[in-house]
Design a binder for this molecule. Structure first.
Ligand code: ADP
Ligand code: UVW
Ligand code: MG
Length: 387
């Protein structure tokens, strides 16, 4: 080992609303040296806050001889959820960049504060290293005005930055590119609908590698039904709850972000538990599943019309990669749209990217594992090399 060789390792921090995920990669061969997650932040039995979670992550790495003090570390990459209109590409972090991410906190109150804490801890531990912010919103910056604008008073929208930003962009970009690979075609030649179904969930329409629409909006609350978030509701619901129900803004926020979605409908936010309960004939679990699937089908139809020609529908993230039942139900009886799932292929549990449609299907149906951390590491390393 040559001690003076340029460092090639990148640490990626993905600080979520209630967890910190981390990965250490060697970008010489993109191998994963370590990965972990600190969960249940702020919950009983968990660590008290994000700073403590990051300390825990740093300690876990140290115990494995891969501490943050390593001279082999080239850079640290951070997932940042909201980049507003300013950040549309990976960005080297400076004090001024942190201030701007802070300014965007009201637009992503569950996520940006956690991201800022991660950045602060990492900069304190390694002030000498390039640190890079990779934004969830960046891939969606290409969405045309007709899809990005809300039909509200233009001056008000301008004053408060109200428009569709979209999220999970790193995943939508990674998965749409990987789907083109899987089909053996150039990314510029394929139109893809990506369904990112994790705790948070979003759909996107990607035309020739360029995002043209997505289901999340100003905040990560709009669109699909999620683990604890409502997704689309009539905005009149909020007014009604405030006027008639007497709820204040924070209560409505908590209701829609934390006590809605699958959890609100049936008391469970984990699709595995919902599947078990459905098998026992539990009606509220069945209803939650049906609402979830109905919303997916709505977006599938909408984005089919947005794209005109669809080459592939792709499922990714925890639910998308693992729930054959969700995929099957979401695409049932869609032969008129050119979509025919092969039930046997769909039911096979496998790790890698795969096609689960029938040969007769005009639209390919694929399952493609997302890897936000690898995508962030690539962006981070590339930017660090240019410093
Ligand atoms: N085998 C499985 N079958 C069905 N759903 C699953 C399975 N494994 C994980 N999930 C779902 O994936 C969700 C988490 O997805 P993930 O992408 O890891 O979330 P996030 O990164 O947003 O925290 C869980 O809530 C669970 O419902
Ligand atoms: C933006 C967003 O919803 O992220 P997550 O799914 O990690 O909560
Ligand atoms: Mg996720």
């Amino acid at each position: 080992m040559n001690g003076t060789a340029a460092p090639t390792r990148v640490l990626v921090l993905n600080s979520g609303s209630s967890s910190v995920k981390y990965q250490l990669l060697d970008m010489a061969d993109e191998s994963r040296l370590a990965s972990g997650v600190v969960e249940r932040i702020g919950e009983e039995g968990g660590v008290p806050d994000h700073a403590a979670a990051l300390d825990r992550a740093a300690a876990e790495l140290r115990e494995r001889g891969l501490g943050l003090d390593s001279p082999q570390l080239a850079a640290i990459g951070h997932r940042v959820v909201h980049g507003g209109t300013r950040f549309t590409a990976p960005t080297l972090i400076t004090d001024e960049v942190v201030d701007e991410i802070e300014r965007l906190v009201p637009l992503a109150p569950l996520h940006n504060p956690a991201n800022i804490t991660g950045i602060a801890v990492a900069r304190r531990l390694r002030p000498d290293l390039p640190q890079v912010a990779v934004f969830d919103t960046a891939f969606h910056a290409t969405i045309p005005e007709a899809a990005a604008r809300y039909a509200i008073d233009a001056e008000t929208a301008e004053k408060y930055g109200i428009r569709r930003y979209g999220f999970h962009g790193t995943s939508h970009a990674f998965v749409s590119a990987a789907t083109a690979d899987l089909l053996g075609r150039a990314p510029g030649d394929v139109n893809v609908i990506v369904l990112h179904l994790g705790n948070g969930a979003s759909a996107s329409a990607v035309r020739g590698g360029v995002c043209v629409d997505t289901s999340m909006g100003l905040t990560p609350l709009e669109g699909l039904v999620m683990g604890t978030r409502s997704g689309d509701v009539d905005p009149g619901v909020l007014l009604h709850l405030e006027r008639v129900g007497g709820l204040d803004t924070d209560e409505v926020d908590r209701l829609l972000n934390k006590r809605s979605g699958l959890l609100g409908l049936c008391g469970a936010n984990d699709m595995r538990e919902i599947g078990r309960r459905m098998a026992e004939g539990d009606e509220s679990a069945q209803l939650a599943f049906d609402v979830y699937v109905h919303r997916l089908r709505r977006y599938l139809g909408a984005f089919t019309a947005v794209l005109g020609r669809v080459d592939a529908v792709v499922f990714t993230a925890g639910v998308g990669e693992n729930s054959a039942a969700v995929r099957e139900a979401a695409l049932r009886d869609l032969e008129p749209l050119g979509i025919v799932v092969d039930s046997v292929r769909n039911a096979v549990r496998a790790a890698g990217p795969r096609i689960v449609s029938a040969p007769s299907s005009r639209v390919a149906v694929a399952v493609v594992p997302t890897d936000e951390e690898l995508a962030i590491a690539r962006d981070t390393y590339e930017l660090a090399l240019r410093q």
